[in-house]
Design a protein around this ligand. Structure first.
Ligand code: SF4
Ligand code: SF4
Length: 444
């Protein structure tokens, strides 16, 4: 594995690792789950149309809802069970996209409720039943579209649509981003340790589907010893394994793209604008298991951790599990806030939240739910550490004075929503959230 030797970036901070409690925890099946409320809109689009009726028993993998257009994906039962009804659940929203958002950054999705469930299983070995190395790229893309695959990171979109966008953008480089350099989260790390060959093969499949000539597996340099055995075959598939220093937020797509390719992503754009597509370990893993072995995507590995969790774990959690029920499986003590996603950029969990493709972590953190902000003292820490080199205190002024036009001039759209400004601010101002709101105001 190549260590460093690549570009770096200005700004950023060293975050505490805080992964000791979960980093050695092997991926385990979720314990007993009483009900699933499986989202019919895991992607931020109109819900797929249910194809089941109340009272019907379904088998694992049976279709629950069918896509009626290319913005949706088919929905399959994560476990065998009985259809108890139809309801609404909450999933994380993406800024400025799709249906009206909940003020907390969550969105509603129609869902199929299943009860009388089978026990969840772990990640079992599979046999390949599709000769993907011999298949042509078009056939691989068709197969991906048939499996209801989405990306497993925000924004969650149909994987077939993401591939089509990448091809349209004439992407020449595909990066699997396994930096995972925020505290507590080890889901992708465990996937690479335990399922490295499947992740690598999935990346190779995606590279062919996208048409990328350059394929990079980017990992944290502190973890390379754990990956040698599992990612060694990457070379066979023409994949470069590259270990990078862990300064946060190197795992942000725009930063990773700049560090690895020296291409600068324009403000408000994605890597596709400069010919780079970025994926993750969970998407690669799901791609391999569907394309090569025919396993439908109905679950993901979730790190459940944080200082208030009794038994931190990496669990394979079926889509549609109540977040509160997942926390009950590991035990949570004391008061604090519960977060979906990373401690830096995640969202506080709301009632009705369930797991979906992007739920890589559920964290029970200590500390106040909503710290009380005080006025800016002009210390400059936010701007000094901002990796987008923004004048964050000026943007905070724009927010407080309701000046989206000024925020546009202050380059708010270049914000990558890393959360560093909020993290370092001694006045405890929710700066990232304020800049996110300014971006939404600029876009509307
Ligand atoms: S302004 Fe945006 S990019 Fe800069 S530190 Fe804050 S969240 Fe990160
Ligand atoms: S870190 Fe907070 S207090 Fe310091 S300049 Fe930025 S907004 Fe003001």
């Amino acid at each position: 594995m190549v260590i460093s030797g690549f570009g770096t970036f200005t700004g950023g901070i060293d975050l505490p690792d805080e992964k000791d409690a979960a980093i050695a925890a092997a991926i385990a099946p979720a314990g007993h789950i009483g009900r699933l409320r499986v989202p019919c809109a895991p992607v931020q689009a109109a819900a797929a149309r249910p194809t089941v009726r109340i009272g019907q028993f379904v088998t694992r993998g049976e279709r629950l809802a069918e896509a009626t257009n290319a913005d949706q994906v088919d929905i399959f039962a994560p476990l065998a069970g009985r259809v108890a009804g139809f309801c609404e659940v909450m999933l994380p929203a993406v800024s400025g996209v799709g249906r009206p958002q909940h003020p907390t950054g969550w969105r509603r999705s129609d869902a199929v409720e299943l009860t009388d469930l089978d026990s969840p299983a772990g990640i079992g070995p599979l046999t390949e039943n599709y000769d993907w190395p011999a298949a042509d790229e078009h056939s691989i893309r068709l197969r991906i579209a048939e499996g209801g695959l989405t990306t497993f990171r925000r924004p969650v979109v149909p994987l077939a649509g993401y591939i089509a966008s990448a091809r349209q953008a004439k992407v020449d480089t595909l990066i699997a981003n396994v930096m995972e350099n925020t505290p507590f989260i080890t889901a992708d790390h465990r996937l690479l340790v335990e399922q490295g060959l499947e992740v690598v093969r999935g990346l190779a499949i995606l590279a062919r589907a996208v048409g990328a000539a350059e394929v990079i597996l980017a990992v944290d340099h502190r973890r390379t010893d754990a990956y040698h055995r599992t990612v060694a075959p990457a070379k066979l598939y023409g994949i470069s394994s590259i270990a990078l220093a862990h300064k946060y937020p190197i795992g942000a797509d725009a930063i990773l793209t700049k560090v690895l390719t020296r291409r600068r992503v324009p403000p408000g754009a994605t890597g596709l604008a400069v010919g780079v597509a970025v994926t993750d370990a969970a998407t690669c893993h799901a791609t391999y298991r569907w394309v090569a072995c025919g396993e439908l995507p109905t679950a993901r590995v979730v790190t459940v951790a944080g200082p208030r969790v009794n038994s931190p774990a990496n669990m394979l959690v079926p889509f549609g599990a109540d977040v509160s029920e997942v926390f009950d499986l590991v035990g949570v003590r004391g008061d604090g806030k519960c977060i979906h996603g990373s401690a830096m950029t995640g969202r506080q969990i709301v009632a009705g939240a369930v797991t979906g493709p992007s739920a890589n972590a559920l964290l029970a953190l200590a500390g106040e739910q909503q710290p009380t902000p005080t006025p800016c003292i002009r210390c400059g820490w936010c701007s000094d550490n901002c990796p987008a080199r923004l004048n964050v205190s000026a943007l905070n002024d724009d927010f407080e004075l309701g000046r989206p036009d000024a925020a546009r001039r202050h380059d708010a759209m270049a914000c990558i929503e890393c959360g560093i400004c909020s993290y370092v601010c001694p006045a405890r101002l929710p700066l990232m959230q304020r800049v996110r709101l300014l971006k939404q105001a600029i876009e509307t």
